[in-house]
Write a protein that binds this ligand. Structure first.
Ligand code: NAD
Length: 401
């Protein structure tokens, strides 16, 4: 069994309070996650503050840029470990983890390392009437200790997308990954350790949101800013918590994207794009399309063609070469998505394809799978058309020009 510990002030810190990390493919326990308590979060914040007051606070952009490249190189060097951890935590196909999650994890550090080298320093001389001159210049300063809270759907990609810019700008970080996906975040802490990031600059705490490490971060008086990706409702709660200390927040929240299909499109190309837009990562991406509007002359043909493509999708294990789609992240999330399928029927939807949970008659029946699903016939006011489902599902409706 793996042990996912907290990384605080350059040391691994365990906890008596532990919860299970589970593989969504079959529901098997991968390991134990050590939940950070208040004392551990406090120590992480103090360590971050000490790092800022020490040598880290005096690093030059050139030094930080070099360090970010080293972090990216180390992620690349350990890419097989990252691939395995991401697949175990999420059940995503290897093809996706290999082409998107892990390379983007490294690229995020390179992108901000590049930016650091070219960030302009604004300064200009003003010539005032009478021959006087005034020098105007901008000073770029770190915000301080940044609380980073990230979701489970693209665990490494979205965590590094926040950590890399924070470090690039000279901040120190207390990061909390989703309770569902502690694996690659813990590896990232190992990477920080291996490249010699000074203790306290990057701290990792594990736990849940409300009543746990997430809330301890957002309410912490000595954290200077919060950056968060996740559900809109969680964003509201965090904004309320941040209001107390008037902390700046940076959010990327939920979505309910619409796709529009015009009758004169290149049909096969459009269909390829639509399959990706709706079903990539089992629909668990904020920019997946859950509402599809098709110009009326193409509507029947589109519904038939989409349904036949969906029937051919192969639900499989991450390393199977023919896998198109993996499971959902957790039992709780599967039940939520299945609840929306039930609600869609109550709201009067026609289920064109899917609409339930598959049966594999093997160990995957212990996992968290739902069928890729296409719905039609709902009114614009239906909850299934208005609320983010975050699963492999879309509702298709016709429109006229
Ligand atoms: P979530 O909001 O449930 O959790 C995200 C993180 O916030 C987790 O680490 C969680 O532990 C923490 N958290 C939860 N409640 C908290 C609280 N009260 N205080 C502090 N922290 C708290 O989101 P999720 O289910 O992990 O991710 C899916 C959601 O994320 C979807 O809504 C999706 O659209 C959104 N998302 C948005 C983007 C984007 O770029 N806009 C990208 C990915 C995901």
């Amino acid at each position: 069994m793996k042990q996912f510990k907290n990384y605080v002030d350059g040391r691994w810190v365990g906890s008596d309070r532990r919860f299970a990390d589970v593989n969504p493919v079959d529901g098997e326990r991968i390991g134990d996650v050590h939940e950070a308590d208040r004392a551990t979060v406090d120590e992480a914040v103090r360590a971050a503050r000490r790092a800022l007051a020490g040598a880290w606070g005096r690093t030059s952009p050139t030094d930080r840029s070099a360090l970010l490249y080293r972090i990216a190189d180390e992620i690349d060097r350990r890419s097989e470990d990252f691939l395995e951890a991401e697949m175990q935590d999420t059940g995503k196909p290897l093809s996706m983890v290999r082409s998107i999650d892990v390379p983007r994890g490294a690229a995020n550090f390179r992108a901000f390392a590049d930016l650091l080298k070219t960030a302009p320093l604004e300064s200009h001389m003003l010539h005032l009437p009478g021959g006087a001159r005034a020098l105007n210049y901008a000073v770029r300063k770190p915000l301080g200790v940044i609380g980073v809270i990230s979701p489970w759907n693209l665990p490494l990609l979205l965590l590094t997308w926040k950590v890399a810019p924070a470090l690039a700008c000279g901040n120190a970080v207390v990061a909390k990954p989703s309770e569902e996906t502690p694996g690659t975040a813990t590896l990232l802490a190992e990477v920080m350790d291996a490249v010699g990031l000074p203790p306290g600059v990057f701290n990792l705490v594990h736990g849940f949101g409300a009543g746990s490490a997430g809330e301890l971060i957002t309410h912490h008086p000595d954290i200077d800013a919060i950056t968060f990706t996740g559900e809109s409702a969680t964003g509201s709660a965090i904004m309320r918590a941040a209001a107390d200390g008037v902390k700046p927040v940076s959010f990327e929240l939920g979505g309910k994207n619409a796709a529009i299909v015009f009758a004169d499109c290149d049909f096969e190309k459009m269909l390829d794009g639509m399959m990706r837009a709706v079903f990539l990562n089992s629909g668990q991406i904020c920019l997946c399309s859950e509402r599809v509007y098709v110009e009326r002359p193409l509507y029947e043909k589109f519904c038939g063609a989409l349904a036949s493509r969906v029937r051919r999708l192969k639900l499989g294990r991450p390393r199977d070469a023919d896998t198109d789609m993996g499971p959902l992240i957790s039992a709780e999330h599967r039940d939520k998505v299945l609840g929306y399928f039930r609600l869609a029927r109550e709201e009067g939807a026609r289920v064109v394809v899917g609409g339930g949970a598959p049966a594999f008659h093997d160990d995957r029946d212990g996992g968290f799978w739902v069928e890729p699903t296409v719905l039609t016939g709902l009114a614009e006011s239906a909850r299934c058309v208005r609320e983010e489902i975050f699963g492999p599902v879309c509702h298709v409706a016709p429109f006229d020009r």
